[in-house]
Design a binder for this molecule. Structure first.
Ligand code: DAH
Length: 333
């Protein structure tokens, strides 16, 4: 009987170790440990054991029972931890979508501006943010000693460029007019959007870095009518049918004549004039600086502040918010 009980125990344990899923485990439990299971019938046979052997056999059978029960629990825990009882998560359930990213409101504004001018035939040009004095000043008809070159109004980097003066962070995207004309002969029709740098004290409307969109069109017979109609079509396309453009006489070294550009746009539900930048007819000296004959070619240029456009359009009252990278602010646009 003792030998039989040991054999029974071994067989049961072997079967248990083969039970690989919850159903097999439960079947084993019913068959072996259940109310009419094989363990119970084995123990029932204790009745037939001679009296003298009963205590020893009984003790042995109790040991078998305990070990089988413990083995069952251990096996159940093992299968659960292996995930064989089914994954803890339902992989067929739809996942949590990652939060949507979005373009920065300025990037979006730049893309929109680029799109509108693109429809008018302007291609995109680029220039470096670290410039030399030739592109930032000299070629733009801003001579040595001009107040715009004052060290307190510029971020000079130190070090001499080869014949091109000191390096500085560009103060205007007008530099790209020169870069574009150095690369490509007229006719040329480009815009350039990008960062410019000025040592301004930060407040609600000033920041030491901001963005401009520069436009340049040089061709035969280009006049101020082309300039104004280009700005006008931009205003209509970008700000809506009631938008208007106003030019006020002004001065820039690289244009003659020059004007300030205002656009009438909707600000908090009301149409208002907003000053956006400057424009004019490209000064003959600028064309000469890049070897373009001003008797043959004429052009117009403009430069608008992108923060101003975005802030008015989206009702942003403090420029600093644009550069703080606070997601709670940026998420709104
Ligand atoms: N570069 C000028 C500035 O930063 C803006 C400007 C004025 C650009 C007139 C132009 C222009 O192209 O024609 O203040």
């Amino acid at each position: 009987m003792l030998a039989e009980a040991t054999k029974f125990e071994d067989e049961c344990l072997a079967e248990l170790s083969r039970a690989a899923d919850p159903a097999a485990l439960e079947a084993w439990r019913t068959r072996v440990l259940g109310g009419s299971g094989s363990l119970k019938s084995l123990m029932g046979r204790l009745r037939d054991v001679p009296k003298a052997e009963k205590p020893a056999v009984g003790q042995h059978l109790n040991g078998v029972k305990t070990r089988l029960e413990e083995a069952f629990e251990a096996r159940r825990a093992e299968l659960a931890s292996r995930g064989a009882s089914g994954p803890a998560i339902d992989i067929t359930e739809p996942g949590t979508p990652p939060p949507d990213g979005r373009r920065h409101v300025l990037t979006r504004t730049i893309d929109e501006i680029t799109e509108v001018f693109g429809r008018m035939g302007f291609t995109v040009a680029e220039g470096p943010e670290v410039e030399d004095e030739w592109h930032n000043f000299t070629a733009l008809n801003i001579p040595d000693g001009h107040p715009a070159r004052d060290p307190t109004d510029n971020f000079y980097m130190g070090g001499e460029g080869a014949g091109e003066g000191r390096r500085l962070l560009r103060t205007q995207t007008s530099t790209v007019q020169i870069r574009a004309l150095e690369k490509q002969r007229p006719p040329i029709k480009i815009i350039a959007c990008g960062r410019v740098y000025r040592p301004d004290t930060h407040d609600a409307t000033h920041f030491s870095m901001f963005h401009q969109v520069e436009g340049l069109c040089v061709d035969r017979g280009v006049t101020m009518v082309d300039l104004k109609s280009t700005l006008f079509h931009f205003a209509r396309a970008y700000f809506g049918e009631e938008a208007e453009v106003r030019m006020r006489p002004s001065f820039f070294p690289f244009t003659e004549p020059s004007a300030e550009v205002d656009m009438k746009m909707k600000v908090k539900g009301e149409w208002k004039w907003v000053e956006l930048g400057g424009c004019g007819m490209v000064d003959p000296n600028v064309l000469k600086a890049v070897g373009v004959d001003p008797e043959e070619w004429t052009g117009f240029a403009f430069g608008l502040g992108i923060e101003r456009i975005a802030m008015r359009r989206y009702g942003i009252s403090d420029i600093r918010w644009l550069f703080e990278n606070d997601a709670r602010f940026l998420r709104q646009f």
